[in-house]
Design a binder for this molecule. Sequence first.
Ligand SMILES: Cc1ncc(COP(=O)(O)O)c(C=O)c1O
Length: 379
Amino acid sequence: MEFATKCIHAMGENDYTGSITAPIYISSTFAHPKLGDTTGFNYTRESNPTRERLEKLMTELEGGVDALAFASGMAAIDTVMNLFAPGEHIVTGDDLYGGSFRLFRSINAKNGVEFTSVHTSSIEDIIRAIRPNSRAIFLETPTNPMMEVSDLRAICRVAKANKLLVIVDNTFLTPYFQKPLELGADIVIHSGTKYLCGHNDVLAGFTVTNNKELAEKLRLLYKTTGACLGALDAWLVIRGIKTLHLRMEKHQENALAIAQWLKSQPKVNRVLYPGLPEHPGYVENCLQASGFGGMISFSVDTPETARQILEGVKVIQFAESLGGTESLITYPIRQTHADLPPEECKEKGITDCLLRLSVGIEDKKDLIADLEQAFAKAK
Ligand SMILES: Cc1ncc(COP(=O)(O)O)c(C=O)c1O
């Protein structure tokens, strides 16, 4: 089955009613036919028929053996971190969603897990960071918000040689554009809140793995800690995924047009979009993914210009999050990455002149016109 067909049909077949859409099972518990017997469902924290359809769909889309649907992306990352014990070490990318750093530093590190963050676009830096107690490499590609691209195949080779797991947060590209498990990764994570749901109306998260042993460990953690996605939200994500392939193409088409337009603006110093041939990760991204996605970061001449653009856009909305039908503009230094120490932000390039744009699926002419009028107002 091709990807587009999977988006629509891989959740499984109609039930006995012939219902074309997935039934929503709002039941926290399930009756047993007799002692020692079960319908396959016992209690919704463990599994739920609607959520199970979504998990089957995500397993198919990422090419894994099992997927878990969580109440948020952070819940998914938190559960994956529970695979590691005090004294174990994880190499992470040095540019990640700020909430992942907050989890690693304020909770996991306090519980004894050790972290080293490196530029995962440099294999040498990764190799240098590996220690005898290292257990995993955790990364995003492209990264949030600096849009750096890392060579997944090479990282997986180094990881295998050192018996490390590779965990990839695939939120930005989704399996439509990039399938890390096929490139050698062990676990894929998603904020399903973003492109998978796609309509800015649900919080969700996923883990997908192609390793049966890991799948069992994750399921045990999942049913024990209980950060599961509710049936109504699972249904909304199933509905969102039905158009994932169409939306991703449009996000990308619009993003490319806007990235090119931004390059011509005198107040724009730098445009970070891996779909621009001059982007340092362009070739790498072409070799491992079939597209570049809909996220752009760009820096402007002054913090005042940044403020005026954030406050001046009308169609594009100044809000956190990404990946929905509506275009959103974010100020990473004050929003997604506000908890990082200022010196660290500066080092990464997350300055008070950096803006992040999640390009929606509106008409690109309206989006460019909106940016144009906001730039025109900026003194
Ligand atoms: C790349 C990435 N991973 C994970 C998350 C966390 O997901 P959630 O907000 O669904 O908990 C986000 C949120 O913005 C993100 O951008």
